[in-house]
Design a protein around this ligand. Structure first.
Ligand code: OGA
Ligand code: MN
Length: 288
C-alpha cells in the first residue's frame, strides 16, 4: 500500500489543511508554500487529498516555471502535449492563452485532457499567470459520481462498450481555431484511440465514466448515429450541476486535477481580456 493510501484511509492531514469547496469534488489546500522544497510526507498528503477530492486548489502561490516543474515531478513523469507546443525556455510547460482580440479559448467545452491518445494524462497542474478582471473560471466534474448514479441496467450495457476518441471532433477544433497554428495540428491526421467507456482508476480501484463530449465520437462497432442516443445522454448526465465545482482564479492560483476521474470546462466569458495559464501535464496509464 502506498503512503497516499494509508493517509487517505485515515483522512487526517497533519502537514496541510484541506477544505472541500463543493459537495461532489474539489478542495482547497492551505498551509503550504509550493515554492519550498516539500518533504515526502507533505507530498504524500497532497496526493491523498488529490485522490480523495479529485481536484485540489492552491491560492497565493508565487512559483517560477522551474518551481512549477519541480513540484509536478514529485507526482510523476511529465507528459508531452501531442497538440500544443510548450514554451521555448520550458518545453514541459504549455501556455494556455486567450488574447484580447480572440473569441475562442483552448478547451472551451467539457473534456478530459487528450482522451484520444493511447495513454492519456494522469493529471495536470495549471497555474494562473494573467487573468481577466472578471470571468475565466474553470468548471470541474466528478466522473465517479457520473458512473455511480447510473442505473444498474445502464451500467451493464456500458460495461461491454469501448469508446472511440478523436482529437478532431468539430467542436474541439473550433476551441483551438484562434490560436494553435502549429503544423502537427493543421496537417497531421487526427489522433484516434479506443478506451473502455467504464474504466477503473488505477489508484483508487473505483469505476469512472470515461466518455467525454470533446473527444468521444462513437462506440466501437457502432456508427456515429447508432451511438448518439446513449452518448448524448451520457454527455448530459455526466456534467449535471451536482457533480461539478467551479474554481475562481486569482493571481497565484493553481489547480491540480486528476484527469482520469474528472472532466473540466474553462468558461469563455471574458472577451476583450487576456488570460494566460501555464499547464504541466503528468503522464498516465492506458485505461482499462
Ligand atoms: C487545459 C484546459 C483549463 C483552463 O489546460 O487543459 O482545459 O482553465 N484549461 O484554462
Ligand atoms: Mn483541458
Amino acid at each position: 500500500m502506498t503512503n497516499a493510501a494509508i493517509i487517505k484511509e485515515s483522512m487526517e492531514y497533519s502537514r496541510i489543511q484541506v477544505e472541500p469547496v463543493a459537495g461532489s469534488l474539489g478542495a482547497e489546500i492551505t498551509g503550504i508554500d509550493l515554492a519550498n522544497d516539500l518533504d515526502d510526507g507533505t507530498i504524500a498528503e497532497i496526493r491523498a487529498a488529490w485522490l480523495e477530492n479529485l481536484v485540489v486548489f492552491f491560492r497565493d502561490q508565487n512559483i517560477t516555471p522551474t518551481q512549477h516543474i519541480a513540484f509536478a515531478k514529485r507526482f510523476g513523469d511529465i507528459a508531452e502535449d501531442p497538440v500544443n507546443d510548450g514554451l521555448d525556455e520550458f518545453p514541459e510547460i504549455v501556455p494556455v492563452i486567450k488574447l484580447e482580440h480572440e473569441t475562442t479559448n483552448i478547451g472551451d467545452i467539457w473534456h478530459s485532457d487528450t482522451a484520444y491518445v493511447e495513454t492519456p494524462p494522469m493529471g495536470a497542474i495549471l497555474c494562473a499567470r494573467e487573468l481577466p478582471p472578471v470571468g475565466g473560471d474553470t468548471l470541474f466534474a466528478n466522473m465517479y459520481a457520473a458512473y455511480d448514479t447510473l442505473s444498474d441496467s445502464m451500467k451493464e450495457i456500458l460495461s461491454g462498450l469501448v469508446g472511440v476518441n478523436s482529437s478532431a471532433k468539430p467542436d474541439v477544433i473550433l476551441t483551438r481555431k484562434a490560436r494553435v497554428k502549429n503544423k502537427r495540428q493543421e496537417e497531421a491526421e487526427p489522433l484516434i484511440n479506443e478506451h473502455p467507456v467504464v474504466r477503473t482508476h488505477p489508484e483508487t480501484g473505483r469505476k469512472i465514466l470515461y466518455v467525454n463530449f470533446g473527444h468521444t465520437l462513437r462506440f466501437r462497432g457502432m456508427s456515429d448515429e447508432e451511438s448518439a442516443p446513449i452518448l448524448n445522454y451520457l454527455f448530459r448526465h455526466q456534467v449535471k450541476a451536482e457533480f461539478t465545482c467551479r474554481f475562481h482564479w486569482q493571481p497565484g492560483s493553481i489547480a491540480f486535477w486528476d484527469n482520469r476521474a474528472t472532466q473540466h470546462n474553462p468558461v469563455n466569458d471574458y472577451h476583450g481580456y487576456k488570460r494566460v495559464m501555464h499547464r504541466i501535464t503528468l503522464a498516465g496509464d492506458q485505461p482499462h
